[in-house]
Design a protein around this ligand. Structure first.
Ligand code: 3PG
Ligand code: MG
Length: 395
């Protein structure tokens, strides 16, 4: 994976088109998490301070080629200005006269944000004519949107072929951290994969068993693995149609010398609601009218013991139904052990994926991990071993 960084270009006076990921979460009309905006700031500040004319573009939500007013980037641009502590101009289209006028008005060190790229069908279609219009606005292209790099769109992929293209600082940090976790890690490597379904993480599990030495499986997908091996899991969420696939993954792991760690005990309840009556049972003793909602304490202790044997950890997916107490217990306990080992210098820990980040934030360990990716789908595809088009186009 080779890419040029901002170290290899003199940006002074140049018009730099920065592909950001301003696809921020919004709740009740307000931005509920500023992480993506905060992580973008170093690249923008560096370019502006070096005298570039900075033009920021991004998609926002999925307007499917139409001008959906609720999906305007205008309020996000204002939030970016607040976080940057600088004036940020806004162009109400990402191509054509509004964009051209905004760019023409920029002096060295100024910043402008362009309206949602997905207001145009050419974005998702990766239409060469649309990419050429974006390219016409700039002298160089800087991609700082690792979290959108799994999309082969005009602003992530097409335009990169039309101008000298560089990784921004956030893109660079993501690629370096993820590379150190899976491409050239210090071994042994352990992966923790949780979440609801085997079916959505098949490629991920397939890639991991060939790359890591220990694979901890949690979440409802662990139920599918247990059931496939003949364990009665009661009313637990599981995918009966994935049993053969689960056994196949276990066989592949065995052949590759990857140890798969499944839960040995579980916290069960009759209903999925907050603070119901619960029991902790061996996985072989799940009552027929109960469902597994979290990994049990003996399993967590075993996972923590395994942590002591590895040098690198990649984590995607919570161990239990962490949104509802007390089913966050296993995820929180393991997250804290990971953070402690990281801080003690014994472990490099990398995590990513939407739910995973929420779970780690809930556990209060985000700042104590080696790296937490800002990407959801892109992190998953990267862990699956896939080439991300936005990254490939920088090579
Ligand atoms: C994300 O939020 O994961 C990225 O911004 C990509 O968004 P998309 O799934 O709508 O392409
Ligand atoms: Mg998404």
């Amino acid at each position: 994976m080779t890419f040029k960084t901002l170290d290899s270009v003199d940006v002074s006076g140049k018009r730099a088109l920065v592909r950001a990921d301003l696809n921020v979460p919004v709740r009740d009309g307000r931005i509920s998490d500023l992480t993506r905006i905060e992580r973008l700031c170093p690249t923008i500040r560096e370019l502006a301070d070096k005298g570039a004319r900075v033009i920021v573009c991004s998609h926002f939500d999925r307007p499917k080629g139409k001008r959906v007013p609720e999906m305007s980037l205008a309020p996000v641009a204002a939030a970016l200005g607040d976080v940057l502590g600088r004036k940020v101009a806004f162009a109400d289209d990402c191509i054509g006269p509004p964009a051209e006028a905004a760019v023409a008005a920029l002096r060295p060190g100024d910043v402008a944000v362009l309206e949602n790229t997905r207001y145009h069908n050419g974005e998702e279609a990766n239409d060469p004519a649309f990419a050429a219009k974006l390219a016409a606005l700039c002298d160089i292209f800087v991609n700082d949107a690792f979290s959108a790099a799994h999309r082969a769109h005009a602003s992530t992929e097409g335009v990169a072929h039309l101008r000298s293209a560089y990784a921004g600082r956030l893109m660079q940090a993501e690629l370096e951290a993820l590379g150190a976790a899976l491409l050239h890690p210090e071994r042994p490597v352990m992966a923790i994969v949780g979440g609801a379904k085997v079916s959505t993480k098949l490629d991920l599990l397939g890639n991991l068993v060939a790359r890591v030495q220990v694979l901890v499986i949690g979440g409802a997908m662990a139920n599918t693995f247990l059931a496939a091996q003949g364990v009665a899991v009661g009313k637990s969420l599981q995918e009966a149609e994935m049993h053969a696939t689960a056994l196949d993954i276990l066989a592949k792991a065995k052949a590759a010398g990857c140890e798969v760690v499944l839960p040995v005990d579980a916290v069960v309840a009759a209903e999925f609601k907050a603070n119901p009556p619960t029991q902790t049972v061996a996985v072989s003793a799940v009552p027929a009218d109960s469902m597994i909602l979290d990994v049990g304490p003996a399993s967590v202790a075993a996972d923590i013991a395994k942590l002591g044997e590895v040098k690198t950890l990649v984590w995607n997916g919570p161990l239990g139904a962490f949104e509802i107490a007390p089913f966050d217990a296993a995820t929180v306990a393991l997250a804290r052990a990971v953070a402690d080992a990281t801080q003690a210098g014994r472990l490099r820990s990398v995590a990513g994926g939407g739910d995973t980040v929420s779970a780690l934030r809930h556990a209060g360990v985000i700042e104590r991990m080696s790296y937490v990716s800002s990407a959801g789908g892109a992190f998953l595809e990267w862990m699956e071993g896939k080439t991300l088009p936005g990254v490939a186009a920088l090579g």
